[in-house]
Write a protein that binds this ligand. Structure first.
Ligand SMILES: Cc1cc2nc3c(=O)[nH]c(=O)nc-3n(C[C@H](O)[C@H](O)[C@H](O)COP(=O)(O)OP(=O)(O)OC[C@H]3O[C@@H](n4cnc5c(N)ncnc54)[C@H](O)[C@@H]3O)c2cc1C
Length: 450
């Protein structure tokens, strides 16, 4: 029988001759047979990852004239908001001033028109959000490729030539002039050779994961105050009925009158960059959900007839890689509400570090009514000439990341990255050479608050 396995030697010889270097998922060094050429297709901009960073990045680039492909590993867009049930949008105001506008605000309007957003414009319904996001990107002229996983890049000198993707139809190399990494985990940047950091400076520990879940048929009016719920939680933990390192019960109202959202499990020390560890995390997350469901039904008034309505399709990931870029945003920038000349997004969310190793949450607020700006340089990784990062993994310290990671801020980063990508194409320049006054002007003209 003919051996259809990849011919490693021929593949590497061909690669070496072309000057291209493949780098991707660890262990995947060769996927090609010299006779079976991988198909290559070209776009102006390819965005990998369709979450709060990737969607606006793709839309902004397309509306500014680029031919854009958006690649997403799941069958729907939304990232953590849809796949991990992350909810609600954290506050995007400084005092009374709304500081995230532009495409984010436009999408909120669309949620509102379709009855999928509450009056405070923070609580949304993640189910209609899925098709509203489809429409949002398609109506902007973005090509969409779902069920497709980025698995590596082909790079020549300092440039990414293609992103290698896998779907059930096969493996393809998708080529573009500019790439945008919106994978949350910084996959494309890391494979492209960008310098990355993980976790705290002293011990590399990173924020824990959380499997979100919702209880339905709750008698919300009968529910006791949070203090009482937390007291019962402490007692259940002392009796060994709940095993969860989190210090209290974190819950939110939803768009549904009888449904409560819980962001209260805590899985520590597991990395989203490894399938084995992610598996352990999912299983531990579901074990904790089971503990919590039993606890709520047994001890908390209003939950007697409630039931587990839904868990996230995947566990929520707060932190993994952070890309080191032209500037590294730090805690002092956040807490002193620093404004930068090349600021492309504004943020007021506190430093919010869920203890990477156990109980407790470190929350440090900005002075009331103030906000900081995120410099464009944080979106530009060192060492790759045609990549922008539009995601929670932009260039920041562990502390600054804990603030900028929330969804409204990431939407603003996405709009900035997509707009910058369109500048690169029109002027034939690298992301590092984008004129930031001009970028800020364009973002402002297009409704963003910078
Ligand atoms: C438990 C938890 C609670 C949170 N609470 C809140 C909150 O209350 N409010 C708030 O505003 N924010 C909250 N956040 C933060 C927020 O959800 C995330 O930081 C935000 O979603 C990051 O957006 P992103 O686009 O960078 O990444 P993601 O939302 O993770 O999106 C990345 C997308 O890329 C796709 N992808 C990844 N790798 C690949 C690949 N190799 N190939 C193809 N596709 C890929 C993923 O499927 C996903 O769709 C919370 C986060 C967690 C984990």
């Amino acid at each position: 029988m003919k051996n259809n396995l990849p011919n490693r030697r021929t593949f590497f010889k061909t690669l070496a001759a072309s000057g291209l270097v493949f780098s991707g998922i660890s262990g995947l060094s060769c996927t090609n047979d010299s006779k079976q050429k991988i198909k290559t297709k070209h776009w102006d901009v390819i965005v990998v990852g369709g979450g709060p960073g990737g969607v606006p990045a793709a839309v902004a680039a397309a509306r500014n004239g680029a031919r854009v492909l958006l690649v997403e590993r799941y069958g729907f867009l939304g990232g953590m908001a849809t796949n991990a049930l992350v909810h609600p949008y954290m506050k995007y105001k400084a005092g009374d001033k709304i500081i995230t506008r532009g495409l984010f605000e436009e999408f909120l309007d669309s949620l509102m028109k379709n009855g999928a957003l509450t009056g405070d414009r923070q609580h949304f319904d993640a189910e209609p959000m899925k098709w509203l996001l489809d429409r949002f990107v398609m109506e902007s002229g973005v090509d969409l490729l779902l069920h497709t996983h980025g698995i590596g890049v082909l790079k020549k000198n300092q440039k990414i030539k293609t992103v290698r993707v896998f779907h059930k139809g096969g493996i393809e190399d998708l080529s573009a002039d500019i790439f945008i990494d919106s994978t949350g985990d910084g996959d494309i940047a890391a494979w492209g050779g960008a310098k990355v950091e993980i976790g705290r400076k002293d011990d590399n520990q990173f924020q824990p994961m959380t499997l979100n879940f919702r209880m339905a048929n709750v008698n919300i009016k009968a529910m006791p105050p949070g203090k009482e719920i937390n007291g019962a939680y402490d007692e259940a933990k002392a009796k060994g009925e709940v095993k969860n390192p989190r210090e209290n019960v974190l819950k939110f109202l939803t768009v549904h009158p009888d449904v409560i959202h819980f962001n209260t499990t805590r899985v520590i020390g597991k990395s989203s960059l490894d399938g084995w560890q992610s598996t352990e995390a999912e299983i531990e997350g579901r074990r904790q959900v089971d503990d919590m469901v039993r606890f709520l039904k047994k001890y908390i008034i209003g939950f007697e007839k409630s039931y587990l309505m839904k868990m996230g399709s995947q566990i929520g990931v707060r932190e993994s890689r952070r890309i080191m870029g032209k500037y590294v945003l730090n805690a002092d920038d956040v807490l002193s509400a620093r404004h930068f000349d090349d600021g492309i997004a504004c943020a007021s969310y506190p430093i919010d570090i869920h203890n990477p190793t156990g109980t407790g949450t470190d929350i440090r607020f900005l002075k009331k009514g103030t906000y900081y700006k995120i410099p464009y340089r944080c979106l530009v990784p060192e060492g790759i000439d045609n990549l922008l990062v539009a995601s929670r993994c932009i260039s920041a310290t562990h502390e600054a990341h804990s603030s900028l990671r929330v969804m409204p801020i990431v939407w603003a980063l996405g709009q900035a990255a997509g707009t910058a990508a369109s500048f690169c194409l029109k002027k034939n320049i690298k992301p590092a050479d984008v004129e930031t006054d001009e970028l800020r002007k364009k973002l402002t003209e297009q409704g963003a608050f910078v």
